[in-house]
Design a protein around this ligand. Sequence first.
Ligand code: ADP
Length: 187
Amino acid sequence: MKYYLLFGPPGAGKGTQAKLMVEKYNFHHVSTGDLLRKEIAAETELGKIAKQLIDNGNFVDDSIVVQMIKNEIADNPDVAGFIFDGFPRTLPQAEILDKMLAEKNQEVNKVLSIVIPDEMVFERILHRASIENRKDDTDRSIIQTRIDLYHNKTMPLIEYYSAQGKYQEICGIGTVEEIFQKISENL
Ligand code: ADP
């Protein structure tokens, strides 16, 4: 079983690229953001807790997302691999993931990070807000909170995975096809 992680700031195009990877390689795409939005839409207890946090651009608790990831792995034993998009987002999440996989004699194979400048993050997210109805996409200060969290909490993971020799950056500027080509070369 292969495990790939997609990194990148909000709006970098992780979801778009993950879909192409699913079509080409028969991987299972797990977006913790999408899973949380499903819980919110279904108005579950978890969804109620998550909504407040997500709408304000904050992270959901590590324990909640870790449990969602465990369920996804357990529920999909027959896939060729997993693409985690939006997970791990904090150092504790990364450490728990490593431990979880080590118990199955497995490991993260590669971390692909789609890199775009912060100015482009605003541009893309505000554009997405007019298409998808995400409250966390509509307000500049909420977007800034998400960018800051990405820098403060998620970027330390670059060090973590670089030290393991698994970290690879991909320039996220270009057409969807160009970026997918670069990702494919790195799988
Ligand atoms: P984006 O990458 O565009 O900001 P996502 O759809 O990946 O958006 O995530 C939306 C929101 O869901 C995040 O801002 C955060 O509140 C929550 N979330 C998603 N994944 C995690 C995670 N691994 N840990 C904590 N919170 C998460």
